[in-house]
Design a binder for this molecule. Structure first.
Ligand SMILES: [Zn+2]
Length: 279
């Protein structure tokens, strides 16, 4: 059955069965049918309406830095289940599942790279790994990256996308907010520059720490950025929320971010900011 319960013609049914799953998707922005190959070629941005789809960390690195310049650091750090936590599954089991699904060890990749020949310390989060949640290892990798940058006199660029602190690590994950923020304070004391780029969605403890502490805060168009989600806020304050609440455009208007940059212009924009800011 298709839209409004109309039966499809036999021709349409045959056509559908010839298309492998995942070759076409319905755009979340404009509802149009998109050929996924075209979407991939366009940096996962809808060519029709400009809706920005999530990028995996390795895809982000690929379109952002000079070819072949990325060198990963602290690649081997892996979370342990120090609280022996379980909800419907054991946390240890969730970590293993996330590793298998994403082929990553954690929700962030860190390292050094060059953008238009300027060397940077780079951190890129990946929402596919447990919703980009910040546990001890994400916090530790971000902190070590910032400390490395402070030692090596490098500017820092971090792409965030996160559901917030990792609940399976309880207070240990909340402590990462203070740890990453303190490392950034030391970076700032050294006069080194930090660009924070926010992709859809960036929420919770990540927003409440390093993602909001950039010298320049860039957001992709239409990204959900906030601490608590709109539903929770609406229930708490018992009021209707303004339209576009917590989206990049609303936050730019209210001064929480500095600039909205389309994905296709990000590399160029980051390079120009670095050229201006880095001596
Ligand atoms: Zn679209």
């Amino acid at each position: 059955m298709s839209l409004f319960g109309r039966k499809k013609s036999p021709a349409a049914q045959t056509k559908k069965s010839n298309i492998p799953d995942g070759l076409w998707i319905k755009c979340k922005g404009c509802n149009d049918t998109l050929y996924t190959k075209k979407l991939d070629e366009n940096g996962k941005v809808c060519p029709k309406c400009g809706f920005h789809y999530p990028l995996r960390a390795f895809e982000r690195i690929d379109i952002t830095v000079d070819k072949g310049t990325f060198e990963e650091i602290n690649a081997g750090l892996r979370s342990i289940d120090s609280l022996d936590f379980f909800d419907s599954k054991k946390y240890e089991h969730r970590i293993k599942q996330a590793e298998e699904k994403t082929k990553m060890k954690e929700a962030v990749i860190t390292g050094t790279a060059q953008i238009e020949k300027i060397k940077i310390a780079l951190g890129v989060m990946d929402f596919s790994f447990m919703g980009g949640s910040m546990g001890s290892v994400v916090g530790e990798k971000i902190t070590r990256l910032i400390e490395f940058a402070a030692d090596e006199d490098l500017p820092v660029v971090i792409f965030s996308t996160s559901g917030g602190a990792r609940m399976q690590e309880s207070t240990l994950s909340l402590m990462q907010m203070a740890k990453t923020s303190a490392a950034l304070a030391r970076l700032s004391e050294k006069g080194l520059f930090y660009i924070s780029v926010l992709a859809d969605p960036t929420t919770g403890g990540t927003t409440a720490s390093f993602a909001s502490l950039g010298d320049i805060i860039i957001a992709e168009p239409g990204a959900l950025i906030g601490f608590a989600g709109p539903r929770v806020i609406k229930q708490t304050i018992q009021q209707e929320l303004p339209s576009g609440f917590q989206r990049s455009e609303f936050l730019l208007e209210h001064g929480l971010i500095d600039i909205i940059v389309k994905r296709e212009d990000l590399r160029k924009t980051i390079a120009s900011i670095l050229k201006f800011a880095v001596k």
